[in-house]
Ligand binder design. Structure first.
Ligand SMILES: [Zn+2]
Length: 218
């Protein structure tokens, strides 16, 4: 889009719980940009040290070169003149200043694609995400599959009783859960809800099926 001789930028946001494919979606969009030979730069908060420092990697091993930064302002220092598209992963771990920074980039005519968790392990809006959702031109809320009942999962369940908001690690400490199975206070039993008798009989004759998928993506 061109306005008064100046290309207009915009902000796209992809959010959802863990295991909903956010990083996959970010990488998919960035790939299309690369195919069009536009220059892309990607940033993530350096607090996320799950993987090697210079890549964002989806759980299905697609990888993209990425610059870890200790705070959002640092992004501006690294933007090259020729860059057209900026990706930001794990945006929930940035401070509120990320909102101003991405707005500045979009105002300059850049396309900004942001991925992050919309809710923390308590089910509360996560860091700058609610305000980023408000200012973005487009928002995609992804869902995962509830790892207890197989329903529509919008929550990230922490499986340990660690109270720090930021626990960065592999998927083992978390599950995607639906609203009914989400249990931030550990007040419910962790098992699946009772299975109706007719299904129990069916499972006995066909073997028990696991509600857990074998491959997961963030
Ligand atoms: Zn569920």
């Amino acid at each position: 889009m061109i306005h008064q001789g100046r290309p207009s930028g915009w902000i796209e946001l992809v959010c959802g719980p863990m295991f909903s494919g956010k990083t996959e979606e970010l990488i998919r969009r960035l790939r299309l940009v690369q195919i069009a030979k536009q220059r892309v730069q990607i940033f993530k908060p350096s607090i996320d040290n799950r993987y090697e420092d210079d890549y964002i990697i989806s759980h299905s091993e697609q990888r993209f070169l990425c610059k870890p930064v200790s705070d959002a302002k640092e992004i501006l220092q690294h933007i090259a003149d020729t860059t057209r598209v900026v990706g930001v992963d794990e945006a929930q771990f940035f401070g509120e200043d990320i909102i101003q920074i991405v707005a500045k980039l979009a105002d300059r005519g850049l396309r900004v694609i942001i991925a992050g968790l919309d809710q923390d392990f308590r089910g509360e809006p996560f860091g700058p995400m609610p305000r980023l959702m408000a200012v973005a031109e487009s928002v995609l809320k992804l869902k995962a599959v509830c790892m207890v009942c197989g329903g529509l999962a919008t929550k990230t369940q922490r499986l340990t009783r660690d109270d720090a908001t930021v626990v960065v690690g592999s998927g083992e400490a978390y599950e995607a859960r639906c609203r009914a199975c989400f249990d931030p206070d550990f007040s419910l039993a962790r098992c699946a809800p009772p299975i109706p008798v007719s299904k129990q009989q069916a499972q006995r004759s066909h073997g028990t099926q696991s509600a857990f998928g074998t491959s997961e993506s963030n």
